[in-house]
Design a binder for this molecule. Sequence first.
Ligand SMILES: [Zn+2]
Length: 501
Amino acid sequence: MTHRIAIAGINHETNTFVSTPTDLSMFLDSGFTVGRAIVERYAGSETSIAGHLAGCEGDDVVGVPLLYAVASPGGIIADPADRYLSDQLLTALRNGGPFDAVLLTLHGAAVSKRAPDFDGDLLQSVRDVVGPDAIIGVTLDMHANLSASIVEPSDVITVYQTNPHIDAKDAARRCADLVLDTLRGRFEPVIAWTSVPIALHIAAQDTSREPMRSFLEHARRVSEQRGILSIDIVEGFPYADVPQMGMGVIAMADRDRSLAARAAHQVASHIWSRRGETSQVLSTPEQSLAEAAADPGTVMVLDVGDNIGGGGPGDSTALLHAARALGITSVFQTVCDPAAVTKLAECEPGRQATIMVGGRHPDSPAAPFEVRGTIRAASDGLFEDAGPTHDGDRYFDAGPSVLVEGDDGIDVLVATNRIANTTVAQMTALGVSPADYSVVIGKGVNGPRASFGPHVVRFIEADTPGPTAAGLDVLPYLRRQQRFPFEDWEWTPDPRLRVSQ
Ligand SMILES: [Zn+2]
């Protein structure tokens, strides 16, 4: 018997504190792929969709790639992007069906004006199209905010278990394998899940460090019980002001509901008991830069408030101004500024240029920064990194980019597109490397670590302002529920069983 499996996804991490919406052009320009083109674009990467494709290569399976849409993390998904993307996916499912199963790559923290739980809303619509008998398998980003709307329509859920996300493909492959074994009659997966009411500080999210390392190790030990199919921890996305914001645990077992519930309870209790370890205090921008400059090796200073991977505008100049004020030299930073690139593109490499860059986005916390120096190199901004990279991305498009070597020792790579600093290739494509600098500023917190780790002696998180600021208490939440560290109380997990199983 051959199983027909639809492969699709809409992937967006929505920062509701960003003032500008994510519109349709951001999906169409950066990642809207249909049909077989999905294989060409993603099969060679380590992304989630690549894992779903790889999972459908067996003799008894036909994978049918339908549609995959992704845009950089940013503000609330605007209408008509919201409806257009959902309608395209659902129409493709209807027209291409019937399917025995659907494999979906969703983020889990997508928010639109119409649907504050966009992923849950989409999943319910997918269930309505494919009917009650088809198996729905979903792979979520570790920054998902779990909800009943996400869990109820889903038969199988897996979540990336690394941050930086270097296991996106593996997590998706786990999902595909579980879905196929369900179709083959080997399993009957049941799901127990619970939110864990912690808004997890961004600097506590690195899964190679404490406390996440221990949380995952504990979950792994619990999952070794006979009958458990998987246990996944979600870190949650604290920059989405939605009621479901927070950490969570999903446990899947073969038929045994109470086993799944006990496992979810055990893992959630362990996390909650160690909630005090999730609080972090970061260095000021000035302390971070001074410490980095004093180190004989290359140090990456992380611009936490302008974390592109969390929805930051990518044009904050706060650390550039601070470095200049401190007289620090041998500094490198990228700035997203298409208007500045257009002006610089008129100049030949080797020419002198003076230009104001960055600080243009309404959410940017600092003024434009004057760069006076020599144009060192220019490129089309297309580059490749076979990994490891955050999210498993391989092909990047920063758009036309220009590197200006500042007379005061502060070099700025001005790029057209807002892409996160998750690959060293963005530097090497323009003829420089981290080793050329004392301080490399990274617009991310965990995302840059996978690629830059081998090239720097250490990372320092700088407590900079912006829509991804580390101090969550500065964010104007209106919709969140009771969450540590804002509140602290006695809490006992009470895992919910997926009702429709
Ligand atoms: Zn993520």
